[in-house]
Design a protein around this ligand. Structure first.
Ligand SMILES: Cc1ncc(C[n+]2csc(CCOP(=O)(O)OP(=O)(O)O)c2C)c(N)n1
Length: 297
């Protein structure tokens, strides 16, 4: 399917809100089917994955490996419980594959294997590798004269890994304007807050110092996501620097008892918590649509 770069008007904003809401619900359901999942960091990443898949990326679920497709690397591979629903919803696989998420014999596991899961270009889960994978994909495009984009999504805790900074240095060195590195800056990691474990701020200033075009935005605001990604795609054609987008997000976005709570890095929901989660998603969707109605043009 071709990327949709039509106007970002109120109808488009509301279309993305509906899609993100569907995917948030499918993510929660997937964790129930599989018995558990990395829910917190999946929920923080759903808005950016929604706008990438449903507005910016050139993809074809009927031909997952076509050469000119845009590439996506989920460097924070543990967020698969949110990424697999994006792929199933997009048409890469039937829902039945998700209904056995991470169970014995399932193709879709807790971290996605590109040899088993359609639509996944790179197996991830071991943190700190996605930027280097993205550098390889973006450099290959430049060398082959291809115009596909490469988007990499990292976690903020993941930025503790030194390998990321080697990848960032080489992206600038090779002038990879077709590479977009995004950090899901939810301020939480596996067992604490990032600032307490190993502070990575000021992240935007660091990317700038490494010679990236850098944006810092609210990662749950589709209007800001759209503006930054439009600039990044424009920059791919006219600039000679890679782009970084620091996404200020919340772990567990959309579910009140998970929001901003690192204890929900990984977990499972009993019936009572599941009912609370859905009630909270209802309220979130309502609030977000009201914002789109008010602020959309
Ligand atoms: C190399 C490596 N070390 C440790 C882990 C275990 N681990 C999984 S998630 C995680 C925390 C990551 O934090 P962050 O990147 O902030 O993820 P998010 O909060 O967005 O889920 C860790 C340490 C891993 N997957 N890979």
């Amino acid at each position: 399917m071709p990327a949709n770069y039509g106007a970002f008007d109120k109808a488009e904003w509301l279309r993305l809100e509906k899609k993100a809401d569907d995917i948030r619900r499918l993510t929660v359901q997937t964790s129930v089917w599989g018995g558990s999942g990395h829910l917190g960091g999946a929920m923080s990443a759903i808005d950016v994955m929604t706008i990438l898949y449903h507005r910016f990326m050139k993809l074809d679920p009927n031909d997952p490996k076509y050469e000119d497709r845009d590439r996506f690397v989920l460097s924070k591979g543990h967020a698969a419980v949110g990424y697999a629903p994006v792929l199933v919803d997009y048409g890469y696989m039937p829902i039945e594959e998700l209904q056995i998420f991470n169970l014995t014999g399932a193709k879709i596991g807790m971290h996605l294997d590109s040899n088993k899961v359609k639509g996944v270009d790179y197996s991830t889960g071991s943190l700190g590798h996605g930027i280097s994978l993205g550098v390889g994909a973006a450099l290959a495009a430049k060398l082959k004269g291809k115009d596909y984009m490469t988007f990499v999504l990292c976690g903020d805790g993941e930025m503790n890994e030194g390998s990321n900074w080697e990848g960032i240095m080489s992206a600038a060195q090779f002038k990879l304007s077709n590479l977009v590195v995004m950090v899901d800056n939810n301020k939480c990691m596996i067992d604490g807050r990032v600032a307490d474990e190993m502070n990575i701020e000021p992240l935007d200033k660091k990317f700038k110092a490494f010679n990236f075009n850098t944006y810092r935005i609210d990662g749950h605001d589709f209007s800001q996501l759209n503006a930054a990604l439009e600039e990044a795609v424009k920059n791919a054609k006219t600039g000679d620097k890679p782009t970084a987008i620091v996404l200020d997000t919340y772990k567990g976005e959309g579910i009140d008892f998970m929001k901003d709570n690192y204890l929900w890095h990984y977990g499972s929901l009993d019936d009572e918590k599941l009912a609370q989660a859905y009630a909270s998603l209802d309220a979130t969707y309502k609030e977000r649509c009201a914002r789109a109605e008010k602020e959309g043009k």
